[in-house]
Design a protein around this ligand. Structure first.
Ligand code: HPA
Length: 272
């Protein structure tokens, strides 16, 4: 079955359950697991029920679409995502994102947990993503171009929409949430980086590092979807502090920031 046939099959399945038309979509990364509590929910569909959909294997990463309202805005939320390090290929990793676009979402807000490379960052900071480096992972658009979705050689000079970034800065100021800004770099994972890699990434201009998001942003931009992104800096990247990195630290910091992260995401989505 071709990728387009898989996407169309999944779309038919979802349309058999709901006619919900999202205006915007959000990917809820670590730290926003409880975000559905902010939504007036119309319908939920676990990825596992959708034909051809990848299912997350990581502890603490539930996987489902949640359709509902944030304020007056119809929103499709991805609670959980799948990662390249789980063994899926990039076409599978971005399949749910493409589905959000096919369901009608014109904007996508991506969120994640990331390690801070920029030495002025602190664990618990939120970072508005200004640009990204994807060169270390396979491109999700590799293979036959899905011409119905977008062009063969899509422009990536402004992955993260300038106007929307301006709105997010204003939303953050409005709800009193300090916001850093910077470049996100995606690694294949699942091992954390070495101190030497982090020094190299800093030299490349990266401010934060994680194992998701950038390929999702490429797939969304391919379809002409407006993209914005916010990282929760859960830890300083390898080699900056004396202590080793661990998943528990990432989860703990993400949980501490959940309140302000939630307020900011609600302000951003409700304002659309
Ligand atoms: N590196 C990669 N991914 C991450 C990190 C990190 O330091 N923190 C949270 N996700």
């Amino acid at each position: 079955m071709s990728e387009m046939e898989k996407l169309e099959g999944a779309l038919r399945f979802i349309r058999g359950k709901t006619e919900f038309r999202p205006k915007a979509a959000v990917i809820l990364g670590s730290g926003l697991g409880g975000y559905a509590g902010q939504m007036k929910i119309e319908c939920e569909i676990p990825y596992g029920e959708i034909p051809g959909f990848p299912v997350s294997t990581v502890e603490g990463h539930d996987g489902r679409f949640i359709f509902g309202y944030v304020g007056e805005t119809p929103v499709a939320a991805m609670k959980g995502r799948v990662h390249y390090y789980e063994g899926y290929n990039m076409e599978e990793v971005v399949r749910p994102v493409r589905m959000l676009g096919m369901l009608g979402a014109e904007r996508l807000l991506v969120t994640n947990a990331a390690g801070g490379i920029n030495l002025s960052f602190q664990p618990g900071d939120l970072m508005l993503i200004t640009d990204q480096i994807t060169s270390l992972v396979p491109n999700p658009l590799r293979g036959e171009n899905l011409g119905q979705l977008g062009p063969r050689f899509p422009d990536m000079s402004t992955v993260y929409d300038k106007g929307w970034r301006e709105e997010i800065r204003a939303a953050a100021a409005g709800c009193g949430v300090p916001l850093r800004e910077g470049v996100y770099l995606q690694t294949p994972g699942p091992s954390y980086e070495t101190p030497a890699e982090i020094r190299m990434f800093r030299g490349w201009g990266a401010d934060a590092v994680g194992m998701s998001t950038a390929v999702e942003a490429i797939a969304a931009r391919h379809m002409g979807i407006k993209v914005a992104g916010i990282s929760c800096i859960t830890n300083m990247a390898a080699g900056i502090l004396e202590q080793p990195l661990c998943h528990e630290e990432v989860q703990e910091t993400a949980a501490k920031v959940e309140d302000s992260f939630t307020r900011l995401v609600s302000a951003v989505l409700a304002g659309l």
